[in-house]
Design a protein around this ligand. Structure first.
Ligand code: ADP
Length: 572
């Protein structure tokens, strides 16, 4: 039941309730209907018993009268021909009845009996004889017969010319008629006008009133006994059926001698019939319950199937997501590879660009040198030594220029991010200024330096930071050289980052766009090669910072180096 939903449970409870109500109604309705039918049947049976008796009385009652008035029989009786009398009696007996009867003379001497050899002494000595003597007409007498049982006799005096010549007695077989009633399952008794049982399906009841007889044996017991006798089953001496059942009593007037017939019957069959019908109702509801169980388990099975299908769909979805994720991971890896390839290619491209620029810069002095050498050779052949010497001087200058190019590149090539160390920025600035000291004083440069109250440390390389600063100072110096005097301000500012500012009051920067391009220079070949700022910018980027430039107000160039601070400490 645990697997059933509340709807199914409610339905089951409802069906069981309806089944209970239906059974109750069916029981009461069927019981009354079947009882009615059983009672009607019992009434009809009792009517039948009544008819049995009346019919037996009618047929046997006529016989004595018929014989007494039969002229043939009368003449035979007169002649006392006994054999002829018997055969005439048999003719009547066969025609009318299966009862026994006898003929006596006027003194009660038995002349003949049917069947032959019938003990007629009882009859002659009893009330029947007396009754027929008193009256001419047919007489009906109930007298005590053998074993104390009532005997039913019709008698008729036979007279010739008013003289009594004999008597006819017909003994009615009413006891055997009553015996047949037991087979119907009823207990029946016939009472005479005095209320004594003269006929009964149970011999114990004979000769007693209704109350007496029921005390002797209850109607229920009598019915059972009758049934057992009818089925040839042994009947106990003591009634084993002590428990009473419902017994229906019916009574009819026989319309003969003030007799009444009373029948007792049980409604056992009714209960069985009702139970049979109730079993059908129960079967119907059991079938209904089975149907409900069947459909509910079917719907549960369908639900389970739905869940299974859903979980399978989820599994498929999961697998698809997994595929998608691994696809994305693959694509990411491919992207990384592509990015690395692009980086590599751009590095290679930059290298190629650099190589092309360097070879161009070196080719120029080399071809110039070749020209000067050819000229010097010609001059020496013509013994123009002085002119040849000046050519050699030029060649020497060119070699110097090439040396400075390769020198700068060599410094740049040394760079590497791995060996960065804490650098005190102020120390680096002072170091660079110290190297530049002589040159500043020769060129009458006024120098101001402004430092913060703390020591500022960045992560990098002091020598290379000094190289950058020296390059900036030298450029400032070059810019102011023509004027013969100048002013350089150096500032170190601490905020989120460390900022070094180098400001001069020279003419300013001509071309800000190409300033950091390699080999961009406005100087003569002997003064500069245009690699200083390109290399400086590279070094500062390597430290994780940036180098920028702009023109100052009203004049001069301003260079700013911004570097990430590693730490700041108070000056001791
Ligand atoms: P080089 O000094 O060999 O020319 P740099 O890369 O150091 O190479 O400088 C490139 C150019 O930038 C210089 O030729 C110059 O024109 C310009 N420049 C650099 N510093 C200054 C400055 N302080 N004032 C004016 N121009 C400058």
């Amino acid at each position: 039941m645990t697997g059933l939903g509340w709807k199914t449970r409610a339905l089951l409870a409802f069906v069981i309730l309806v089944a209970g109500i239906c059974l109750w109604f069916a029981n009461s309705i069927l019981l009354s209907r079947f009882s009615e039918a059983a009672e009607t049947r019992a009434e009809l049976r009792l009517e039948g018993y009544k008819n049995d008796i009346l019919e037996t009385i009618r047929r046997n009652g006529l016989l004595p009268e018929l014989l007494a008035t039969d002229p043939v029989f009368l003449s035979l009786l007169e002649s006392q021909d006994l054999d002829a009398i018997k055969s005439r009696m048999n003719v009547f007996a066969k025609r009318e009845t299966n009862s026994s009867f006898l003929i006596s003379d006027q003194d009660g001497v038995i002349l003949a009996t049917v069947p032959e050899g019938l003990d007629g002494a009882r009859v002659i000595e009893g009330d029947a004889f007396t009754a027929s003597l008193l009256d001419d007409g047919p007489q009906f007498t109930v007298q005590t017969g053998s074993g104390g049982n009532p005997e039913f006799i019709f008698s008729q005096s036979i007279r010739e010319n008013a003289d009594l010549i004999g008597m006819v007695f017909s003994i009615l077989p009413l006891q055997s008629v009553a015996a047949t009633w037991s087979g119907e399952g009823d207990a029946v008794a016939v009472f005479d006008a005095q209320g004594r049982a003269i006929l009964a399906t149970d011999s114990l009841w004979l000769n007693s009133t209704e109350t007496e007889m029921l005390n002797l044996r209850s109607a229920d017991s009598a019915i059972r006994r009758a049934n057992r006798l009818a089925q040839n089953l042994p009947v106990e001496a003591d009634d084993p059926f002590v428990r009473g059942r419902e017994v229906v009593r019916r009574e009819l007037d026989l319309g003969f001698q003030g007799w009444r017939i009373i029948g007792f019957s049980t409604l056992d069959g009714v209960r069985q019939q009702v139970n049979g019908a109730l079993a059908l109702v129960l079967t119907f509801f059991a079938f209904l319950l089975a149907l409900i169980f069947f459909f509910s388990s079917r719907s549960s099975a369908l639900q389970a199937l739905g869940f299974q299908r859903e979980s399978e769909e989820l599994k498929t979805l999961n697998a698809r997501l997994q595929n998608e994720i691994s696809g994305r991971q693959r694509a990411e890896k491919e992207l990384q590879v592509a990015e690395q390839t692009i980086e590599q290619s751009s590095k290679l491209a930059a290298l190629g660009e650099m190589a092309a620029a360097v070879s161009h810069e070196l080719n120029q002095p080399l071809s110039a040198m070749r020209t000067y050498l050819a000229g010097a050779k010609m001059l020496l052949e013509r013994s123009r030594t002085n002119e040849a010497l000046s050519s050699f001087q030029r060649i020497d200058d060119l070699i110097g220029r090439m040396g400075s190019i390769t020198g700068q590149l060599k410094t740049h090539a040394r760079k590497g991010g791995e060996d960065h160390q804490p650098v005190n920025v102020e120390d680096a600035i002072n170091g660079a200024l110290e190297i530049m000291g002589m040159a500043f004083s020769e060129n009458s440069v006024a120098l101001t330096r402004t430092f913060p109250p703390q020591n500022v440390y960045i992560l990098g390389d002091q020598a290379r930071l000094e190289q950058v600063l020296i390059n900036l100072f030298r450029n400032a110096l070059d810019a102011m050289k023509e004027r013969g005097t100048g002013k350089i301000d150096v500032l170190l500012v601490v905020g989120n980052e460390a900022k070094i500012v180098v400001r001069d009051d020279g003419p300013g920067i001509e071309n800000l766009d190409d300033l950091f391009e390699p080999f961009y220079t406005t100087k003569t070949a002997s003064e500069g090669v245009g690699l200083g700022l390109a290399i400086s910018s590279g070094i500062i980027s390597d430290f994780g910072g940036g180098l920028s430039a702009f023109n100052g107000e009203p004049t001069g160039a301003v260079f700013e180096i911004v570097l990430p601070i590693m730490s700041v400490s108070e000056k001791s």
